[in-house]
Design a protein around this ligand. Sequence first.
Ligand SMILES: Cc1cc2nc3c(=O)[nH]c(=O)nc-3n(C[C@H](O)[C@H](O)[C@H](O)COP(=O)(O)OP(=O)(O)OC[C@H]3O[C@@H](n4cnc5c(N)ncnc54)[C@H](O)[C@@H]3O)c2cc1C
Length: 458
Amino acid sequence: MPHDAALAELATFLGDRLARSKAERDQHGKNEAWFPDAPPDAVAYPETTEEVARIVGTCARHNCPVTAWGTGTSLEGHALAIRGGVTIDLMRMNRVLQVRAEDMQAVVQPGLTREALNTDLRATGLMFSVDPGADASLGGMAATRASGTTAVRYGTMRDNVMGLEVVLADGRIIRTGSGARKSSAGYDLTGLFVGSEGTLGIITELTLKLHGQPEAISAAVCAFEDFEAAVQTVITTIQMGIPMARIEFLDETAAAVFNAANGTALPEKPHLMVEFHGSETSAAEDAKRFGEVVAEMGGAHFDWATTTEDRNRLWKMRHGAYPACLAFRPGSLGLVTDICVPISRLAQAVRETRADIAASGLTGPILGHVGDGNFHAILLIERGNEAELKTAKALARKMAERALSLGGTITGEHGIGFGKKDLMAMEHGEAWEVMAQIKRALDPDGILNPGKVVEVNQ
Ligand SMILES: Cc1cc2nc3c(=O)[nH]c(=O)nc-3n(C[C@H](O)[C@H](O)[C@H](O)COP(=O)(O)OP(=O)(O)OC[C@H]3O[C@@H](n4cnc5c(N)ncnc54)[C@H](O)[C@@H]3O)c2cc1C
């Protein structure tokens, strides 16, 4: 068995918190997308930062790969142990360590999920805003630089992580950032670790920015004759400075998916789902001005979710979009694309993507966090159908190339994992080599999540 020596040493201090059963390994070898299973040799369940440091230090001495695991919801094979070794499951490090309400900050452990944090914050009048739909771990969200439906108003993980504690590949424990709102003290290491996908260090603590819970919320869904009108509505709303908390696009296939999964009767047309946060007066005023833009663009079937239950139902439907898409073609797997372009190029990117999907013969509902210029085509492929997988991969690559040609990026929020590694040179050129130099400096033997984002010697 490879890595036997490392595993034997880890077992001496982890005991039964080093799991080697097939069931535990298989559970940590699966992913939410189409990638084949890749179980690790063992799963470690640390409870303290010092234990994480000892695990990483032990693995470093034995040249054994170490992959961090939050809730395993990432979509590019990020957390798969493709080169074996130890997966560190951080879910037992799931405490809120401190809420500094007057500074609007919380200090948390990495295995805490965003919903658990918000439940804990409920009585404080504060909230953590980043919402990727899945109830992901905050460590995993920082590691993927996640965003989601609310980024248009409150920003992504990049904007909401103020500081980190990180275990490096050699077992050192460092702190980055501070509780101050800003700092000019040297290199921005917090920014370096946010989005590094567990390839530069293991995050063991996060200081997060909080926001006030809005006094009033209004949400609505409305339909358009064509997607250009929907996208133009988004652009005009942004240009008018109407502060949206969320604005989501669905194409007609996605509307059909929602109807099939939820028993709704949305017209099979492009839709926008929108939400405003503010005082009673400002949320109502924003909603009214948005309604006027929609009317001007020929939008119809305007449906306001006036009660909390209606609103929850609306966003539950949006958050359940991925399983609903998979159920739309029973037995399918999803190849989820994630491009992001400047908002002025969004209509072109969506139009050309739709034409490509139609020409490919695949079913591919499109959904997007359009306020950020970010959208996903969920390409549904039959399990085991290599020809469809090949077509979907070619289509995804074409979307990525188009995003770059329009001044955008190959991934707005899901990240690279190993699914998009072969597109990194195309986006970054020589800068990808600089990333590899940083990797070599911090993890010279390439033990941290090997095979993802960059190679030590690429
Ligand atoms: C239905 C669905 C909807 C989604 N919608 C969105 C969306 O709208 N926006 C969005 O951004 N994402 C979305 N995602 C993707 C996913 O939820 C995010 O990427 C999320 O941030 C992953 O968190 P996780 O805890 O599951 O991380 P994991 O999948 O466990 O890990 C992700 C990566 O982070 C690393 N990692 C995990 N924890 C740590 C740590 N403590 N230190 C260092 N590295 C670590 C892992 O090694 C891996 O490389 C969606 C996924 C699903 C299934």
